[in-house]
Design a protein around this ligand. Structure first.
Ligand code: ZN
Length: 403
């Protein structure tokens, strides 16, 4: 009879069987690494996550996830079937995309204790950690007082501009999600605040002409130089950390031509939404001042000089306090997994979107250690306690679904 009852009403993830879940995750350490390597050898350049996504969906299916679908943006969404209640609805996720363009060699190579591979830490580790948690839940037939969606997102990195998350939280799952956890990168970092960023492609355009023959007209390169000089002098607060950078400049035709067009890519960031807004206003004022000053330099010229500002990306900033229950629960769960959190930190991750919408959200490391994230020298080291990453994630899910 008891047996039948248990079949009909499986046990919720109790403290007792959770020890077994943690033990399973620990003993699956090598499996986690295999997943990490094999996922990483499927390329996932920005906007081209499809192939990796397909394979990831297959693996989720083999680990017992149900209702697996790819949404119109490319996110993989699946549901853990062991649920005693529809709410709270928790999204547990990692991102599919890398920063690396198409055509790069994604073979993972052993280099001493390290494994060299593009995206091995960011975010193949997160993707593998999510699968590891699923595998342990499957083995122990875990049920929760809430619903957990296992998700793999697209467009987390720079150019993607969080398009996967935007879609998820403004369309696909709009208004439904109660908490969000992203496993992104390695180690045991706990990101609780979102660094916001605004990115622009700024172009100065003029008539152009011979450097000697047409001399006397506004020069787009000079206008941009004037703007850059103003931007370089902007004072920003150290706390909340606020930064600016002109990362790329290009344009012109030849050394003896007044350019027709020059452009620059500008990135500003802040932990504070209001500081970001203030800096944005000053930045725009500097763009305009560069244009105006160059025009004034040549008052008798009728040649046009124009400014065009294109938005490349906007990531909202958010500063939820560490007193938030999700942060407190994540810290308590860290103790349970034997993970040391020295301080919470701010970052630019998938969690920015829910944070900015007031939805409890955190980003955690997936364990292990990585170096050279976003570089062609990226490497990962599977430290002896790397399993603590997925263990920590599992404990957070348990805690968030406890009444
Ligand atoms: Zn990442």
């Amino acid at each position: 009879m008891l047996r039948l009852l248990l079949l009909l009403f499986p046990l919720a993830a109790t403290a007792q069987n959770f020890d077994l879940i943690l033990e399973t995750i620990r003993s699956d350490k090598a499996w986690t690494l295999e997943q990490q390597i094999s996922i990483c050898q499927i390329p996932a350049p920005p906007f081209k996550e499809l192939e990796r996504g397909k394979e990831y969906a297959k693996r989720l299916g083999s680990l017992g996830l149900v209702d697996i679908r790819t949404d119109s943006e490319g996110n993989i969404i699946s549901r853990w079937p062991g649920s005693n209640a529809p709410k709270p609805l928790i999204v547990f996720s990692a991102h599919l995309d890398t920063v690396f363009p198409e055509g790069m060699d994604v073979t993972v190579k052993k280099d001493g204790a390290k494994l060299k591979g593009l995206g091995m830490g960011d975010d193949c580790r997160g993707l593998a950690s999510v699968l590891t948690v699923a595998k342990a839940f499957q083995k122990h037939k875990s049920t929760f007082n809430g619903t957990i969606l296992f998700v793999a997102t697209v467009g987390e990195e720079g150019q993607g501009d969080l398009r996967g998350m935007r879609h998820l939280f403004t369309k696909e799952l709009k208004g439904q999600v109660d908490a969000f956890i992203s496993v992104d990168g390695t180690g045991t970092s706990l990101t609780t605040r979102g660094v916001g960023s605004n990115r622009y492609l700024v172009t100065y355009k003029g008539r152009g002409g011979h450097s000697y023959g047409a001399f006397g007209m506004p020069n787009p390169a000079h206008a941009m130089g004037r703007a850059i000089a103003r931007i370089a002098d902007i004072q920003v607060p150290a706390t909340p950390k606020t930064t600016f950078n002109i990362g790329r400049v290009e344009g012109g035709t030849s050394v003896n031509s007044i350019p027709i067009s020059v452009s620059m890519e500008v990135d500003i960031r802040s932990e504070s939404a209001s500081e970001l807004k203030t800096l944005d206003e000053r930045l725009r004022a500097a763009f305009q001042a560069g244009l105006d000053a160059e025009k004034q330099r040549w008052p008798n010229s009728k040649a046009a000089l124009d400014l065009e500002i294109k938005t490349m990306g906007l990531r909202p900033a958010a500063e939820p306090p560490d007193s938030l229950p999700i942060v407190q629960k994540a810290m308590a769960a860290a103790k349970g997994a034997g993970v040391t959190i020295f301080a919470t930190r701010s970052g630019s991750t998938d969690a920015n979107i829910p944070m900015s919408l007031g939805i409890p959200a955190i980003t955690i490391g997936g364990g292990g250690a990585a170096q050279g994230s976003h570089s062609i020298d990226e490497s990962y080291e599977d430290t002896p306690d790397s399993y603590k990453g997925p263990q920590w994630a599992a404990l957070i899910l348990k805690s968030l679904t406890e009444k």
